[in-house]
Design a protein around this ligand. Structure first.
Ligand SMILES: [Fe+2]
Length: 635
């Protein structure tokens, strides 16, 4: 694929690039901000980042997005008769759909929308709460003198941009009440503990009551992560979350003691970024339609947790506040069921937050945004999710680390990790770490390419797999990573294959690393197959299909004329690809392993693993129609 097609492919259709050179805007970058791991990037005296290509210099100012989470929340203010919203330049005209949320007649509270929306005119809108009296008051707000509305912000073309929640008190005049605007989410589920996270509109100390014990936020704030301890394994607990003068009640079930070998089910999918088709499929940043169906089906099949590996959102943005909006929309789509069960996530290529340059030549250059501890894809992901922290820090200290400073690489914190549930372990990798979306130009900018696992992460995987091999409680290991080792449709020209081109590899400080993409794939495969007896399945995504590929000792995995050593494989594993959670589709393509690939479909899919002791049964259903897509006894 030529590099321009490759770039537009990777970037999707979500970016409006601008061509800028030699601008004189003011930014705040200094040379010290530029990681030594990059090349041909500097800062000018005005604080702009400068890219040097073939002796020419190009600069671009930071793009401040119009659509950000804070703007689309609309700064709700109470009046004598309702709630006033102001969206400013984020949205001049559109509709505000609103409705009361009943927290008592369902386990999964969501707004029940009123029969007509409020108009958004000149960036302003007003919800008249007096309309929600009498036969429209299904939450008794007039008697209780408080209530919560959900509100959905749509532009004049009917595209949904955000769905928020806001509480009010009084019967007129009204006041804005302390509101739980995001969550609660069940995180870090263990046999004896769990962490519950949520966000409030006002800074408060949140309280959670479990089993007659009260736990509270460590300090007053709007983001809360509260650890609940002293729990019994495999036990269901109700929890009561108290915020301001309000409360919500949900429940969770603790994980079994490792090695209990109880029967349980978990679900797997990835790739839920905005899809075509309009409506809820094209909610700003996410395919909310399919995600809601996935969550409901996962609950219906009594899943203990869901693993979701990358491309949650459309992403590829310069402004972190726009990424925050997309994450908020994705989290809202899973929220009703995520009050009860963990949704485990990591990064794909679309979670990218980046500096990018569009040159007059038509070429685009993009790299992970720095300073990494403030703006990188890795930082924004960690800010938005509560995932386990493992003992892998970054690529600092690797053979190609260019300086002793600790700002050369972003963090693996919360995007590479492992967890244990009963007798299985899930090892979560990140193949879009320190990702430069303009993969074809990493020789100029330096950076990692789509699909490549760098040295420190691979060494961590090797150590982790060896530990699990020795752990008597673990029978099965699942390894999940966004990019397939063996792409089948849509990403045959990248992922871990690049059309069979092993030249592809990251550059650090202007120099290519030693191993090419296919050699690195083989090193990873060697760990999963030859150094492990427990790795049952490789769970991948990125390609927006479901299919499974049987990697046997006989499967051809090399390009014609491969002149390097071929990996001898001593057993077989399946690669189960499920990027069918709503992103735009790709058809199947021919590869050396096509004869070993089966049940390829572009229908939406959710994969279930039913685990009971030594046995694993895989079942794949279409969450939209409940059609059976595939089934297999894995062990
Ligand atoms: Fe992807």
């Amino acid at each position: 694929m030529n590099r321009r097609i490759l770039l537009s492919f990777l970037f999707s259709c979500c970016l409006a690039f601008c061509f800028v050179q030699k601008v004189n805007s003011q930014n705040n970058y200094t040379k010290n901000d530029i990681p030594a791991s990059h090349s041909n990037i500097t800062a000018d005296q005005n604080g702009n980042l400068i890219l040097q290509v073939n002796g020419e210099q190009f600069a671009i100012p930071e793009i401040k997005a119009d659509r950000t989470l804070e703007k689309l929340k609309g700064n709700p203010q109470a009046t004598s008769t309702g709630i006033y919203f102001e969206f400013g330049e984020a949205l001049s005209a559109g509709n505000l759909y609103f409705g009361l949320i009943n927290y008592e007649d369902t386990q999964y509270p969501q707004p029940v929308f009123f029969r007509a929306p409020a108009n958004i005119l000149d960036g302003k809108s007003f919800v008249n709460l007096m309309l929600l009296k009498g036969r429209y008051d299904m939450v008794d707000w007039q008697k209780r003198e408080k209530g919560v509305i959900g509100y959905r912000v749509a532009n004049i073309e009917g595209e949904y941009l955000y769905e928020g929640k806001i509480g009010f008190s009084g019967t007129g005049p009204f006041a804005i009440d302390t509101t739980l605007i995001e969550g609660p989410f069940i995180n870090l589920l263990q046999p004896n503990s769990v962490t519950i996270s949520f966000d409030t509109n006002f800074p408060i100390i949140g309280l959670i009551e479990v089993n007659n014990k009260t736990y509270q936020s460590s300090e007053s704030g709007t983001h809360h992560e509260i650890e609940i301890t002293g729990l019994k394994p495999s036990t269901s607990y109700e929890y009561r979350l108290v915020y301001g003068g309000n409360e919500e009640k949900y429940s969770f079930r603790t994980a079994p003691v490792p090695g209990s070998r109880e029967a349980f089910t978990f679900a797997y999918a990835s790739d839920s970024r905005t899809g075509p088709g309009g409506g809820e499929r094209s909610f700003f940043g996410a395919n909310v339609y399919i995600m809601k169906k996935i969550m409901a089906l996962a609950k219906y099949k009594e899943s203990a947790f869901i693993q979701f590996t990358g491309d949650l959102i459309t992403g590829y943005k310069n402004d972190p506040d726009e990424i925050r909006l997309e994450y908020a929309n994705w989290k809202r789509s899973v929220e009703p069921h995520a009050h009860y069960m963990p949704v485990m996530t990591t990064i794909g290529n679309h979670e990218s937050v980046m500096h990018y340059w569009g040159l007059p030549t038509g070429d685009f250059y993009a790299i992970d945004k720095f300073p990494y501890d403030q703006f990188s894809a890795e930082k924004l992901f960690a800010e938005n999710f509560v995932m386990p922290v493992d003992d892998l820090d970054s690529e600092e200290g690797s053979i190609y680390d260019p300086s002793k400073k600790d700002n050369d690489f972003p963090s693996y914190r919360e995007n590479v990790y492992s967890y244990i549930y009963d007798n299985i372990a899930m090892v979560v990798l990140n193949s879009n770490y320190w990702y430069s979306p303009s993969t074809s130009f990493v020789n100029i900018t330096s950076g990692n390419i789509h699909g490549y696992v760098m040295d420190n992460q691979m060494n961590w995987l090797k150590k982790k797999i060896a530990e699990l091999e020795e752990n008597p409680d673990i029978d099965h290991v699942f390894v999940t990573i966004h990019t397939p080792f063996f792409p089948n449709g849509g990403h045959v020209n990248d992922d871990m294959w690049y059309g069979g081109n092993n030249d592809k590899r990251p550059y650090v400080k202007g120099k290519p690393v030693e191993k090419g993409i296919i050699e690195r794939r083989d090193e990873l495969l060697n760990i999963l197959i030859n150094e492990s007896t427990k790795v049952a399945t490789l769970l991948t995504g990125d390609e927006h299909n479901y299919c499974k590929t049987h990697i046997t000792p006989e499967t051809n995995i090399y390009p014609e004329g491969w002149d390097k050593e071929k990996l001898v494989r001593n057993r077989s594993i399946y690669q189960v690809n499920n990027g069918a959670a709503g992103a735009p589709y790709y058809a199947q393509e021919i590869t050396p392993w096509t004869p070993y690939t089966s049940n390829f479909t572009t229908q939406n899919a959710l994969v279930f693993f039913h685990v009971h002791g030594k046995k694993i049964r895989m079942e794949v259903l279409n969450p939209d129609t409940l059609d059976k897509v595939d089934e297999l006894v894995l062990r």
